[in-house]
Design a protein around this ligand. Structure first.
Ligand code: PRE
Length: 359
């Protein structure tokens, strides 16, 4: 007998659930209409005064058994859900997000794949200084089986008195050496007006940490098809990096590669703090390739191998590291660049760890 009562009561509740659902849906449709009207009139969607009035009215009519606070809580949830519905159009799914595209974006440059099944090593000097310097590094890299070479031509330096880079001349040197050795080159561009021009000389354009939120530069990068390596800003959150990448993709260039390069914290024993957790988060949240710059994140040569291994183990699609034929005489970042012998040792130890998946 008792169990029959329970069933009957549950049937009653099922019935009420259906009625509530239909009323909630009816209410939601009206809230959506209100949202459209507000949008047209330029009125904010959230209206706390209106919400308070409705809550007061409801509490006045509340005859129990729910407490007033419970009634308020339940209706606040309904208002919140209605507000979310009104704002859904604006919270549109980002183009760079995994929700938008399940499969990984693979960037193809001159036969090299970034973001595919193999990982990539990108190495080279901080700054392009001369033909000989580039050719020496390029030859060493090529002999080591590495095809992607970095080298800065436009150098955003903290001090205006520091070496500012060779500019276009530097890009020309990169092209010359890349052509001679069949290498793929990466170099930073700092001016929106140089984006198109740069594509004549280099294969991958870098947007550096200091320019991560230079929106005009991001928009200009969206206008070309050249792969863009976008570095995380010094104090940028992961979300800010993702939104910066969205600028480029939304502009029409899908070939974006993200780089974690360390963020500013109170820690002084490294130049920046390598945020290794950014790697799996970026891989989860976006479909873009993710690299780790071990040189700039640590600023010290003695921990490059474990940091590179950590990056690879965390799912990074590659590592970037600085190499210079004679770091002591380098015109920038003399302290943190590896010489060629040190680079060979680094590369050997990273490869023999078994963590580096080769093409
Ligand atoms: C509604 C939704 C959000 C606002 O904060 C206030 C109320 C609601 O669901 O009742 C509807 C609405 O937008 C409004 O009445 O202005």
């Amino acid at each position: 007998q008792n169990s029959k009562d329970l069933e009957q009561l549950r049937d009653q509740l099922d019935d009420i659930n259906m009625k509530l659902l239909s009323l909630l849906s009816e209410r939601a449709v009206i809230a959506q209409e209100i949202g459209i009207v507000k949008q047209k009139q330029g009125i904010p969607k959230y209206d706390p005064v209106r919400e308070r009035e409705m809550l007061e009215e409801l509490v006045q009519h509340n005859e129990g058994p729910f407490e007033d606070s419970t009634v308020k809580h339940l209706f606040k949830q309904i208002f919140k859900a209605s507000l979310d519905l009104q704002q859904e159009d604006h919270k549109k799914i980002l183009l760079v997000s995994r929700k938008k595209q399940q499969e990984n974006t693979i960037v193809h440059v001159k036969g090299v794949e970034i973001g595919g099944s193999a990982q990539v090593m990108i190495a080279g000097p901080c700054s392009v200084e001369s033909y000989d310097q580039l050719k020496t590094v390029g030859t060493a890299l090529k002999d080591a089986g590495i095809r992607v070479m970095r080298g800065g031509a436009f150098k955003p330096r903290t001090s205006p008195y520091d070496f500012q880079g060779l500019g276009i001349e530097g890009l020309k040197l990169l092209k010359q050496v890349a052509d001679e050795l069949d290498m793929v080159t990466v170099s930073e561009i700092v001016h929106p007006g140089h984006i198109e021009l740069a594509a004549n000389y280099i294969d991958i354009i870098q947007i550096g940490a200091r320019n991560m939120q230079n929106f005009e530069l991001l928009k200009a990068a969206g206008q070309v098809g050249v792969p863009i390596v976008l570095k995380r800003g010094l104090s940028a959150t992961i979300e800010e990096l993702i939104l910066a990448a969205e600028y480029i993709v939304a502009g029409g260039n899908p070939n974006v590669i993200l780089i974690e390069r360390g963020i500013r914290t109170y820690e002084k024993w490294t130049r920046n703090t390598l945020d290794i957790s950014a790697v799996p988060i970026l891989k989860q949240e976006t479909h873009l390739p993710v690299l780790v710059d071990v040189t700039h994140s640590t600023g010290r040569k003695d921990i490059l191998v474990p940091c590179a291994k950590a990056a690879l183990a965390a799912g990074a699609d590659g590592v970037m590291v600085e190499v210079h034929p004679d770091p002591a005489t380098a015109l920038s970042d003399a302290q943190q660049q590896l010489n060629i012998e040190q680079f060979h040792d680094f590369w050997h130890r990273v490869k023999s760890s078994g963590l580096f998946k080769e093409q």
